[in-house]
Structure formats: structure tokens, C-alpha cells
Design a protein around this ligand. Sequence first.
Ligand code: NDP
Ligand code: GDR
Length: 344
Amino acid sequence: MKKAIITGITGQDGAYLAELLLQKGYKVYGTFRRSSSMNFWRIEELGISNNPNLHLVEYDLNDQTSNIRLLQNIEPDEVYNLAAQSFVGVSFDQPIYTAQTTGIGALHLLEAIRIVNSKIKFYQASTSEMFGKVQEIPQTEKTPFYPRSPYGFSKLFAHWATINYRESYDIFAVSGILFNHESPLRGREFVTRKITDSVAKIHLGKLDKIELGNLDAERDWGFAKEYVEGMYKMLQYKEAETFVLSTNVTNTVRKFVELSFGNIDIQIDWKGKGENEKGYCSKTGKLLVNVNPQFYRPAEVDMLIGDNSRAKTLLNWEPKTSLNDLCSNMVEMDLIRNKNGTSF
Ligand code: NDP
Ligand code: GDR
């Protein structure tokens, strides 16, 4: 039975990846951080929390002895490093912590592999945020990087550390440059889930309006469940390499707002009150979207659109879910949760 460690099993991707690896017959060791209130709602919602092949291990990426012990005790075949301070907005307020966890944290794990067993395969969760300021459209494995946040430059450090350990020590270390991927398991601080959860609350009369920042940012949004399959495929490929996973389609935050409200039969009048008056109304005149500068970032990534041809050709990986379907599924789940009072 193959053994895999997933750092960050309490997060969106960690939960989906654990589900996938369990289906593939792996023994999965998922790491979580000690906290005064436990955070297992995602693996519970997926129905895998009591799977006998799933083991939860307390761990912090920032504690190097815990990295070494993790590998010594479990003797894994594969390590998927998904743990990170992953929220771009917070990285501006907590840059040092973000660099330690999101950047140096990956190096801790690579060093632990070098020390304990250099045959362990390693996946690093890299990101389209490393492309940052647009240098090329679409963005590929060869596009120059220009990160625009402490999160982006920390991930870039981890990306290069992964490549360096691959080249220096012959470690099977893969970097997956993933564009935004969303799902009903997305954290509520990220814009898509913030919107779908708010739309559900507005529909149920629990909220008046959504407060958002930059509505014109463009993102290449896919479905997270399909992206974790890409991670798995990268570690099974014959060589350790770098791959982009994306849908190759970009949309604005504004479009995602429109799609989400469409699910509860509301149309936003973008010509209505207007951004200068800080809000947009429904066609019937109810203020539903407020633009709040609090949610603007000191430096923004204006536009991301990927090119997944390499992953398509070499890994036979391709996204299938449209943004429309993804959005409908997220709104539907948020309606159910908010009705049941189980929204996380
Ligand atoms: P989440 O924020 O949902 O999950 C992050 C996970 O990391 C959580 O389990 C969190 O634990 C854990 N974590 C944070 N700090 C530490 C630490 N110091 N030690 C151990 N664990 C820690 O992220 P996603 O699931 O969305 O993303 C997974 C990875 O992929 C992240 O590295 C992210 O940066 C990267 N990525 C994500 C993309 C996306 O669109 N989702 C796109 C490209 C890359 P806790 O629950 O306790 O906070
Ligand atoms: P991102 O995701 O920064 O792309 O990082 P996020 O959903 O936070 O922002 C996307 C875009 O929406 C704009 N925006 C808002 N964002 C948030 N969170 N809240 C708002 O109210 C709001 N209003 C507008 C943002 O300015 C931005 O342009 C995600 C994370 O998962 C990273 O870990 C991952 O690496 C990248 O995706 C790829």
C-alpha cells in the first residue's frame, strides 16, 4: 500500500486530494495544526474523516524537527506540500509570517527529504500568483515571473527551492503552477466563496448586501476537485517537472457576481448607482453590491489566464467543469448550508 503525506489536509485542496488518494488505495497521512477549535469540516463533508486509511497527524510546517520526525515516522512514498498561509490579502499584513510558512516552510520539507530519504517524491503547490503583473498572455511554464504580493514572492522562493533540490540532489521534486481553483469547500475569505455564501444569505434574508473590492480583476477559475487529479498525475509522471494547470479562460470578479446572483434570479444593474456612489443595485433598485476600498490590495494582480497545453499533452489532464456550473454548484451548496445553519 502506497503512503502519502498531505500537509494542510484541513484546507480545500488537502481534503479533495485525500479523497482522491484514498480512492486510489493509498494510506493517507494528513497534517493539521493544533488549534483550540478543530477544523475538520471539509473532510467530514466529504465523508472521509472516519476512513481507516486516513490518519491525522499534528504538525507545523515551521517546526523543523517536526518535519524530520514526520518523514522518519511515516516513511512516505509521496509528500504533497499544500500547507501555506494562502490568502494573498493577509500576506500584505503578515509578510514575515507568510514568508516563513509559505516560502521557508517548503524548504524545511525539502531539507527533511534530503536528510531522511531522498527517494521520497515531493509536490510543491506553486501558484499563478507568481506571474503577478502581466508579462505575457496566456501564461505558460516559460512565462517570466513578476509577483505582486508577499504571498507571491514567498511562493516563488519555494518554487525555485523545489527546482534547485530537483537539480542538486536528484530529488523527484515537482512544482505545479496552479491557477485559481474553487469549490464549495473554498474558504469564505476568498472572493468566489465570499460571493456565493453572501448570495445565499441575501436570498434567505440573512444579509442585505455584499461588500467587495476590485470587481475588474480577471482570474482563470477552475474546479478544485479536478486540479488535485493534476497534482497526483504530476507525481506519477516519468520525470519531475513543472506544469501549469488552468482552464485557459479568464473572467472578471464582476462576471462571477453576475453568475452567482443569476442563480437566485437577480440581475445586477451595473449602470445603476455606479462605483463612485459605492454600490450597485438589482433591476428593482435594491442595493446589493457595495465597493469597499478595505478589500483593495496595495498591489493587484490584474489579469491571469493560463495555458494548460503541457499538462494536457504530457499528463492527459484537462479541466471539464465550466465556470457557470462551478458557480451554480457553489451557490446551491451555500443555500443548503445556510438553511441548515451549517455554513463554515
Ligand atoms: P487553504 O488555505 O484552504 O489550506 C491551507 C492549508 O495549510 C490549511 O490546511 C492550513 O491549516 C495549512 N497551514 C497553514 N499554515 C500552516 C503551518 N504553519 N503548518 C501546517 N499547516 C499549515 O488553501 P488551498 O487548499 O486552497 O490551497 C492549497 C495549497 O495550494 C496552498 O499552498 C495554496 O497556497 C496553493 N494554491 C492554491 C490555489 C487555489 O486556487 N486554491 C492555487 C494555487 C496554489 P489551517 O486549516 O489550520 O489553517
Ligand atoms: P487570489 O484569490 O488573490 O487570486 O488568490 P482571491 O479570491 O482572494 O482574490 C481574487 C481577486 O478578487 C479580488 N477581490 C476580492 N478578493 C477577496 N478575497 N475579497 C474581496 O472582497 C474581493 N473583492 C475583489 C481580489 O483583489 C483578487 O484580484 C487565490 C488563493 O487561493 C491563492 O492561494 C492562490 O495561489 C491563487 O488564488 C491562485
